[in-house]
Structure formats: C-alpha cells, structure tokens
Design a binder for this molecule. Structure first.
Ligand code: 5AD
Ligand code: SF4
Length: 446
C-alpha cells in the first residue's frame, strides 16, 4: 500500500486566489492528494502568491525561508517535500524565483494551473519546471470540477479574469493578463453544481467582474446584469454578490438588477482609489470624482439600502496635500460601510513606477492614518445603524462560544447569535442587539 500523499496550499491576497487554490486542491485531490492544514508532514506545498504591493510579494520569500528546514528534515527521513510557487509572483518573476530560492521546484502562473499536477509529477521525478504561459485555452476547462463535499453555504465562482484597464499603478494586467470572460453556460453549470452541494450564496469573482462579456445563454440580458438575473433563477440559490468592479463598467442593466433582483445583495465594492481628478487622470482611471459620485447616486436610487466598500491609494506619485484632501472630501460625500486603503507601492514594470515625483514615506504614512481614521468613523456609524434592525442572516458555521452560530448579514457583516448547529446553511431572521467594529451580535427573531 502506498502512503497517503498530502498537500498544503497557502493562499495570499485576493479572493480569486482563494478560488484558484480550491480548484488546484480539487485537481491534486484527483491525483490522490489529501489536503493538509499545515506544511508539517506534507509532501507538497503550494504557495498561491500575490504581487499587488511590494509587501505582499515579499511574504512568499519569508515563507520559503521557513519551509527550507522542513524540506531538509523531510529529505533526512528519506522523504521529499516538493515546493510550488503559484499565483502572481510566479507570473511576474518566473524563473527568477528559483534563482533566489533554489528550494522551489515548480513555478506556475495563474493561467497554467491545469498543468500543475503534471509539473508536480515531473518535479517529484527530478525535473523542476517553470510555466508562465498565457495559453489560449481556458484553464478551467482543463481543471476537474470540484465535487468534494462542502459544509460551507458560501462559495466563490470566477466568471472573468484579467484586466485591460491598465491603471498606471497596477500589476494585474501583466500578471493576470488580458480580460477573459467565461461563457454563461459554464458559469451557470458550475453554480448549479455548487447549489447541489449545499451552497446558498455565490460571489462572482473577476479582477474586473462587471466588465464580464462572456457568451450569453438564450434569452439572457447583456453583461453581468444579465448573468446575475440568470443565476438568480437557480432554485435553492438565495444570495448573489460580485467583486471587484470598475466604475466605468457599471452599466444600466447592472444598476437595474440592483433595483429589482432581491437575491442580489445590497453591498457593492466599487474602488475609486482617489478623489482628485488630477490623480485619477494620472492613474488612468478614466473617470472623474464627480462622475463616480453621480454613478453612486444612480445605484442608490435603484437600491436605497445599498452599502459601499472601496479601495484607496494614498501617496500616488505627484499627490499633493490638496489632492489628498479631495480624497477625504469624496469619502465624506460617499459614506463607506467599509473600505481598504493602502500606501502607494512601487511596482516594477508599471508606468507610475518611473515617475519622478514619488511621495516621501512619512507623508504617505500620515495621509494613510488620516484617511483610515475617517473610514473607521464611517464604518462605526454604519455598524451602529444596524442596532435594533431585523434582518436575514445566512448561517455559516458554529461560533466561538458554546451554542453560538455565525452568519452573514446582507451587508457582509459577521453576525453572532445563539442557535442550534442545525441552522447551518439556512437563512434565519435575527434582531441586532449590538455592534462591534466589524461584527454584530443578535438574537434569533421569533
Ligand atoms: N500600490 C498600492 N495599492 C495598490 N493597489 C493596486 N496596486 C497598488 C499599488 N501599486 C490597490 C488598489 C486596488 C487594490 C486591490 O490594491 O487599491 O484596488
Ligand atoms: Fe488593476 Fe483594477 Fe485598474 Fe485593472 S481596474 S488595472 S485590476 S486597479
């Protein structure tokens, strides 16, 4: 009898990496691998990496440093720990990774995951490899469907990948490649399979998800709005979300879907990055602050209880105090329920990296602190506004305390309340009792 092979997959960065890691896990499971919770004792470690900011990219090398003694210990026992680097660092750095860290056996870019099992077999046989091609075929067509049992009522589903926007700070168009949309037929089939496995909420993923323009099914409306409406017809599917969107691609059909499709949750992640028109132009965002605010007005007209999330970059090259104050003004005018904010990070190969007007680190730090203070204030106000409300929560898993369950509100907040484990996967009505920084406490409603 051969011993059970074990793989540990670690995901960094965005939700698409989480989805990709699941798919790689399913592909490796088909090869006889069991998923391990830690690297200790594993035969294969896959690091699914992120290249979006310098700090994110450096994490992979720290992790590889930690894996080195494990690999040596395994070899000393006569075993073999194979190490694969996947994701956007793999795409961006390719063979360089193996020069900098020779313990890496496999380097595989995001568009080549269907080749991972074969590459691992080769590596185990002493033939390490690098694959960062952008093949013309859809990798998902070559990855086995995930049929493993799930206990989670929520799932991600990638519908679109890559980006053609070329914001001047961003590596995504280089690491994930040109925009590619999966056909509606495949997406609907995957969604139906997820629902058959017990999934009640699906989040559609794409770097530019609202630019989705895949082949439609008969009778479907155009774009992501049409796709969402089609998916909403799947019986047993209760909730739909999508992320991440670009303001330029919020078309009428999608806005209308927010107004009249009850399964579409009232929460939208719509990054604006900056509130200064001068900086938006330098970022190549192709819209103004005013256009963004007008767009929000239209979306909120369609769905008045819609809550917003966003991304911001402070200290983009050339950003002055006045530009930064425009960002604060836009945040005040919008009112975010939640948002991510970052110091500009120079990414080699992107246009902004060569700008002569880099903002000093301490200025970036100061602006980030001021922006985050304002965003925290807005989040606190949003959280407080929930107290006393009744809402449906999708129950996800047991909470930390005995007898407690955790679910998600329509606005993505974790909600804690006492209930039986049997409620997992159900939509239950609750009354909100109190609000924390990120989560809510509730009681089951009668
Ligand atoms: N520096 C800082 N933040 C960045 N982001 C993307 N590229 C950079 C960069 N070079 C942020 C943007 C994007 C989010 C995913 O990461 O805000 O929306
Ligand atoms: Fe990057 Fe998003 Fe801009 Fe595309 S739209 S280049 S993914 S920030």
């Amino acid at each position: 009898m051969t011993e059970q092979k074990r793989v540990f997959i670690k995901s960094y960065g965005c939700q698409m990496n989480v989805y990709d890691s699941e798919r790689m896990g399913a592909a490796l499971a088909a090869e006889g691998y069991e998923i391990a919770e830690t690297a200790e004792g594993a035969d294969l470690v896959v690091l699914n990496t992120c290249h979006i900011r310098e700090k994110a990219a450096e994490k992979v090398y720290s992790e590889l440093g930690r894996l080195r003694p494990l690999r040596e210990a395994k070899a000393a026992e006569g075993g073999q720990l194979t190490i694969a680097v996947a994701g956007c660092v793999a795409q961006a750095e390719g063979a360089e990774i193996r020069t900098r860290q020779p313990i890496v056996d496999v380097v595989v870019g995001p568009q080549a995951y269907h080749r991972l099992p074969a590459m691992v077999r080769d590596a185990k046989a002493g033939r390490p490899g690098v694959d960062t091609d952008f093949p013309s075929e859809d990798k998902f067509d070559h990855l086995p469907a995930d049929t493993r049992p799930t206990r989670a009522p929520t799932a991600f589903l990638t519908v679109q990948e890559g980006c053609d926007k070329f914001c001047t700070f961003c590596v995504v168009p280089y690491t994930r490649g040109a925009e590619v949309s999966r056909p509606a037929a495949r997406i609907v089939a995957e969604a139906e399979a997820l629902v058959a496995r017990g999934v009640r909420e699906i989040t559609l993923l794409g770097q530019n998800v609202n630019a989705w323009h895949g082949a439609p099914l008969d009778g479907m409306g155009p774009g992501l709005g049409g796709l969402l409406r089609r998916l909403a017809r799947i019986e047993g599917l209760e909730r739909l979300r999508y992320t991440t969107s670009h303001p330029r691609d919020m078309d009428d059909e999608l806005i209308a879907a927010h107004g009249d499709e009850p399964k579409l949750m009232p929460y939208l992640h719509l990054p604006v990055q900056s509130g200064s028109d001068r900086i938006l132009k330098a970022m190549n965002r192709r819209h103004t602050a005013e256009a963004y605010l007008r767009l929000l007005e239209r979306i909120r007209d369609a769905r008045p209880d819609l809550a917003l999330s966003g991304d911001f970059i402070v200290g983009f090259p050339g950003e002055t105090e006045v530009d930064f104050e425009d960002t604060l003004a836009l945040v005040r005018a919008t009112g975010y329920a939640q948002a991510y904010s970052f110091k500009y990070s120079t990414r080699p190969g992107t246009p902004a990296a060569d700008a002569q007007t880099q903002v000093p680190e301490e200025v970036k730090a100061d602006r980030l602190a001021r922006l985050q203070a304002l965003l925290a204030e807005q989040q606190a106000a949003f959280q407080t506004s929930m107290v006393g409300r009744r809402m449906d929560v999708l129950v996800e898993k047991p909470g930390r305390h005995e007898g407690q369950m955790v679910g998600r509100s329509p606005w993505l907040q974790p909600v804690h309340f006492d209930a039986s484990p049997g409620t997992r996967g159900q939509l239950v009505p609750v009354n909100i009792l109190s609000a924390g920084t990120n989560s809510l406490a509730a009681r089951l409603a009668a």
